[in-house]
Design a protein around this ligand. Structure first.
Ligand code: ZN
Ligand code: ZN
Length: 153
């Protein structure tokens, strides 16, 4: 998907060409993933021995809040510059691994839905952003506590 024919550039230093590449990069981390196809806008330029690819890749981050587990999508982009000193026999370069590396590095390790996210109550799982938990003074408020009372004579 991200392989690109560069036979017209090889051996012609100074020649440059713009290409748009689009495709799926399967990147899944614990709290961040890229699930939609990404778009790379690349300028390819030949030097005497190499092909230089520089540009920007645009993608949609699918994020999960590290505190409250809310999920949301966020557009993002990252710039790249890569030098290809090897072109395969069919005259192609493959940008996929470079794009996977660049996008993976740009994803947040601990996304937060907002900087002051209050997270979830560790006891009942209530989302403390929307519903302040009044606390758990005794076991009776949990479903198991209520069940216990029913079973007791
Ligand atoms: Zn949150
Ligand atoms: Zn609670």
């Amino acid at each position: 998907m991200f392989t690109h024919l560069v036979t017209d550039l090889i051996g012609r230093p100074g020649t440059r060409r713009d290409v748009d590449l689009r495709g799926q990069l399967d990147i899944r981390m614990q709290l961040a993933a890229v699930v939609e196809p990404v778009e790379a806008h690349v300028t390819l330029e030949a030097t005497s021995e190499e092909i230089v690819a520089r540009g920007v890749v645009e993608f949609v981050e699918h994020l999960t809040c590290n505190r409250c587990l809310t999920e949301w999508d966020e557009p993002a982009s990252v710039e790249f510059l890569e030098v290809f000193d090897e072109v395969d026999r069919s005259g192609r370069i493959d940008l996929e691994q470079m794009l996977i590396d660049e996008v993976s590095l740009a994803l947040p390790l601990t996304p937060l839905c907002r900087p002051d996210c209050a997270g979830l109550c560790p006891t009942c799982g209530t989302d403390l952003n929307t519903d302040p938990c009044s606390g758990h003074p005794d076991e009776a408020v949990s479903p198991f506590g209520a069940l216990q009372q029913l079973l007791e004579p």
